[in-house]
Design a protein around this ligand. Sequence first.
Ligand code: IPE
Ligand code: IPE
Ligand code: MG
Length: 224
Amino acid sequence: MSKARHVAIIMDGNGRWAKKRHLPRAVGHQRGVEAVREVVRAARRMGLEALTLYAFSTENWRRPEEEVSALMGLLKRYIIADLEEFIANNVRLKIIGNYKSLSADIVDLLEDALAKTAHNDGTTLVVALNYGSQDEIARAAAQAAAKGEVTIESIGAELDTAGLPPLDLLIRTSGEVRLSNFLLWQAAYAEMLFVETLWPDFTPAHLEAALAEFAGRERRYGGR
Ligand code: IPE
Ligand code: IPE
Ligand code: MG
């Protein structure tokens, strides 16, 4: 039995959740934020060291502008609404991905939140924003090469996730069984869990069940 330190989630299925109810996709995303809020609270209560959430991929720019701006608006409102709670609960915020190319108001908001939570040492909430794993690996390899040494360790040290505990468990909701360019390097020996639940329906109880499933898995890392 082992306790997961770092869990990552591909939060998928907001659109299908809305479609089933004949609601606009934006409502699905809104309900998705509610699920995020509760799952982040639960991760903190359960003592996870890091929770990484896939919020927006480098490929999500292919969606209609209206949906992209709805997602960015929700992200903004979530950080504004919950920043005080992160501070009060010792949650450290970390962003992975190219967030600096987002709009200036979002960059400012994120940098303020990063600065205000930087000294916290409870759960790290890692938000993957404008994140693509291939992009991350390419940037890290280039950095490592510029410093003169390309090894597994030197690339790892330049990844956006440097400093986080190793990824233990990767969950994807909504029944899709693929990684969609998320944490390809970090998932080398992570356990995977694909659940049918659509993201807006995902609750702290689902997270608890996932951690229980993880605790029962035998990890071998290629040994025997
Ligand atoms: C996940 O839900 C949210 C993001 C990708 C930002 P989707 O919007 O992908 O929902 P489906 O997959 O269309 O149901
Ligand atoms: C992955 O979901 C990205 C996020 C959850 C942010 P997508 O819905 O974008 O993935 P695909 O397109 O189905 O692979
Ligand atoms: Mg999807």
